[in-house]
Design a protein around this ligand. Structure first.
Ligand code: HEM
Length: 395
């Protein structure tokens, strides 16, 4: 008779080792297979961004997805931090900044007009993206953050360094290359402008980074649009929400124009979450952690907003499609430039109108029959890609 020489103790250890190795191998393989899952259908995206889990779990899942921004920008705000109290404090602060008590629309319009005038005076030509970046940064500093800013410390060269630096740091964060030297250069200026803020970058990122690109794209699309120009002109004279939303039967509103910009050129093209997924098997019941892998899901807002639901013309720029009588409820549900669910952008209603007023301030001085012309480049840009676009004084 053959007798086993292995005691039950060693058998358990061997079994446990086998399971662990299998789990590690399984996790390794699945991570490689599933680095990122891109979601493009409305149902999947709504489920990702509005899941039936606690707010804390949602914050943690966003923080994991945005982890690269933490070292890239030296921030610890709610976008990279899963803490519930930090979320409450940050969103309250942001909501307060955009309240009409803090910054009335008429004041925003005055600051925007004044900034464009100063940036264009005595100038023959200026790169278009430089003008837009200076305008948006200035409006945020002197308008939104008026209570905190030391206006006398703002020099135009520093604005260019900060806005260019933020662009570069963002691009580098996608490659996991960090530039602490550049971050320090940028932070040095921000601390001079906003001396009483602990970490000014934390509010500059959500306010500036998306806004300047919306203003740039909307101006590029609006400068030769004969239906849009009078709308923006009227909005600058009377920068109210009523005027912003007002539309005539044969035209569209400034709001529809901005909604179409955000539909075709969403500044946040993908909204990501890292979600734990546990495989159901007998082994995973004993040790679920070993069989749980963390998968990054990305809601592809850009793809969804160009869904076939928007008909064959879905890739064309047509603000009139947002007319209430022309769009369906299902189409409107796909407009997710500001996200959806509990973590929806707090500036969802404020940002498009604020951007439109800044566009109006540029078009007040740039365009047909104005002192300045917008010379277009090859294509509409994003964070990059504005080569060849210039604002030029007419001779
Ligand atoms: C056109 C401009 C803007 C766009 C496209 C935009 C987009 C977004 C998106 C997509 C989210 C959701 C992120 C997620 O679900 O993970 C978000 C969140 C947020 N945004 Fe914006 N945003 C814009 C402007 C602003 C401005 C001007 C502010 C500041 C007042 C702001 C403050 C915030 C805050 C505080 C959150 C976090 C909300 C929360 O966690 O509950 N955003 N934004």
């Amino acid at each position: 008779m053959i007798q086993s020489t292995m005691s039950p103790y060693y058998a358990y250890v061997a079994f446990a080792l086998l399971c662990t190795s299998y789990a590690c191998y399984y996790n390794y393989c699945s991570r490689r297979r599933n680095d990122l899952v891109r979601l493009t259908s409305l149902d999947d995206i709504e489920h990702l961004l509005s899941p039936p889990v606690s707010l804390t779990a949602q914050l943690q899942s966003r923080a994991l997805a945005n982890a690269r921004l933490k070292p890239a920008f030296g921030i610890d705000s709610t976008f990279v931090n899963g803490d519930l109290a930090a979320h409450g404090a940050f969103t309250r602060f942001a909501i307060n900044l955009i309240s009409p008590r803090n910054l009335p629309w008429s004041r925003l319009a005055d600051i925007a007009k004044g900034t464009v005038t100063v940036q264009l005076c005595d100038r023959g030509s200026i790169p278009f993206d430089t003008l837009v970046r200076r305008l948006v940064m200035y409006v945020i500093l002197v308008g939104l953050l008026e209570e905190y800013v030391d206006e006398s410390a703002i020099a135009v060269d520093d604005i260019d360094l900060v806005t260019g630096g933020i662009n570069e740091l963002w691009a580098l964060s996608k490659t996991s290359t960090y530039r602490p030297d550049l971050l320090e250069e940028v932070n040095m200026r921000l601390r001079c402008w906003l001396p009483n803020m602990t970490n000014p970058m934390e509010i500059i990122i959500p306010t500036y980074e998306t806004m300047w690109r919306v203003v740039a794209v909307a101006t590029a699309l609006g400068h030769d649009n004969t239906q849009a120009i009078p709308l923006f002109s009227a909005l600058l004279q009377q920068p109210t929400t009523e005027r912003y939303r007002q539309c005539t039967d044969d035209s569209f509103s400034a709001d529809a124009f901005m909604q179409e910009v955000l539909r075709l050129y969403p500044p946040t093209r993908r909204i990501s979450r890292v979600v734990p997924v546990t495989t159901s098997s007998i082994l995973s019941r004993f040790c679920p952690r070993l069989f749980t892998r963390y998968i990054t899901f990305a809601a592809d807002v850009e793809a969804l907003q160009c869904d076939s639901l928007w008909a064959n013309s879905r890739r064309e720029f047509d603000p009139s499609r947002h007319h209430l009588q022309r769009s369906t409820e299902q189409q409107r549900k796909t407009l997710l430039a500001f996200g959806t669910g509990k973590l929806t952008c707090v500036a969802k209603n404020w940002a498009p109108q604020a951007a439109a007023i800044m566009v109006a301030a540029i078009l007040d001085q740039v365009g047909a029959e104005k002192d300045f012309a917008l010379e277009p480049g090859k294509a509409i840009g994003g964070r990059e890609g504005w080569e060849g676009w210039f604002v030029q004084r007419r001779l």
